[in-house]
Design a protein around this ligand. Structure first.
Ligand code: UT7
Length: 331
């Protein structure tokens, strides 16, 4: 608890999440592609995922999650200084999803922008917010991870369509001198591996810049390779952030990881030599919601009373880019 003396940490003061109403079960997918509940469950741990309908676009889900986080933080939207949305599936390319959220909630005093770092969007967002808050602890920042991946999967491709889901999670953060808050983070990228997990943009309107043989703007993934890198990279990030901040795994009370696949989480727990029970897991309900998965899990754990004050929480994520990272927080 030596870290408790450090001042001006970025603390999460409110969380919120929102999920589309429609739930798609593995039994529904069996009628759409050549798959089975048994295959999906045994290979991924996923049983259901939420699928957005009209009116549940990324900015709308983000707005609903933001309102809940603001309510818990007990501040008004006009008190926000900055809004960051991690997303790769905003419903429009310009303006940013963050600007749409700003408009929807009336955060007239904030500046707003999106970041594209796939499943690491929320972690990268928290990391950026922390740097601002360290120099100006009075700031209030809204960090969101939100996705509408169902709009960007190929529903004929059984390799990918069974894995992803839609949703949004949000956190309101501000400065605190109580010793609670973010202790530190480690973020990484390796663009050399981008073709293992990627998604084309829409076809270009400028023929000179058109991508030859554009085969749709769907998520494409070399699942086995991603799996191997994910386990290695996640355990490296976790070890590095603990070393950097002078802690070890025994100090961590709960790990809230990106929810991609139960087998990745089991392999991670094995590699770190920690019991699986130390990980908060909800992938079976929501599938892989990319940038939204950590803030949804965090909000769920928070509202269920699973994050007692003073406990050490470790967040870690891995995704397209590749991007990966880990953050350590005193709750
Ligand atoms: O957010 C981070 C991004 N993504 C991830 O973390 C995902 C990482 N990867 C994975 O989770 C796993 O690699 C998958 C769950 C995607 C796939 O599991 P796998 O054990 O690596 O299976 P595989 O891709 O090697 O495929 C094995 C077999 C293949 O059939 P053949 O070639 O052996 O006859 C696939 O065609 O399973 C087949 N298959 C399916 N069968 C039924 C692939 N998808 C399906 C499906 N239903 N949905």
């Amino acid at each position: 608890m030596g870290d408790i003396l450090k001042m001006n940490r970025m603390m999460i003061i409110g969380t919120g999440s929102a999920l589309p109403e429609r739930v798609l079960a593995n039994s529904d997918l069996e009628k759409m592609v050549d798959t089975s509940d048994e295959w999906i469950t045994s290979r991924s741990g996923i049983k259901t995922r939420h699928i957005a309908a009209k009116g549940e676009e990324t900015s709308k889900l983000s707005t609903a999650a933001a309102m809940k986080a603001l309510e818990m933080a007990n501040i008004g939207a006009e008190d926000l200084d900055m809004i960051i949305v991690g997303t790769i599936t905003s419903e429009i390319s310009m303006p940013s999803c963050a600007c749409l959220v700003q408009k929807n909630i009336g955060a007239v005093n904030a500046f707003a922008f999106d970041i594209n770092s796939a499943c690491c969007g929320f972690l990268y967002g928290l990391d950026i917010a922390e740097k601002y808050i360290k120099t100006n602890p009075d700031m209030h920042v809204l960090v969101i991870g939100a996705e509408n991946l169902s709009a960007r999967v190929n529903w004929q491709d059984r390799n990918t369509c069974v894995l992803f889901g839609d949703g949004a999670g949000a956190a309101v953060v501000s400065g605190s001198s109580s010793g609670r808050g973010m202790i530190g983070g480690r973020m990484y990228s390796d663009g050399r591996l981008h073709k293992l997990l990627w998604m084309n943009s829409a076809p270009s309107m400028n023929p000179a810049l058109a991508i030859p043989d554009h085969d749709g703007s769907y998520i494409k993934m070399a699942g086995r390779d991603v799996f191997k890198y994910a386990v290695r990279a996640l355990s490296q990030a976790v070890t590095d952030v603990l070393d950097q901040e002078g802690f070890d795994l025994a100090d961590v009370n709960i790990v809230v990881p990106h929810q991609a696949n139960i087998r990745i989480l089991k392999s991670l727990a094995d590699r770190l030599d920690i019991p699986l029970e130390k990980l908060y897991i909800n992938v079976y309900k929501y599938g892989n919601t990319s940038a939204a998965s950590i803030p949804i899990a965090l909000d769920e754990a928070n509202r269920a009373g699973l994050l007692p004050e003073g406990e050490m929480i470790l967040l870690c994520a891995f995704g397209g880019g590749f991007t990966w990272g880990a953050s350590l927080l005193r709750w």
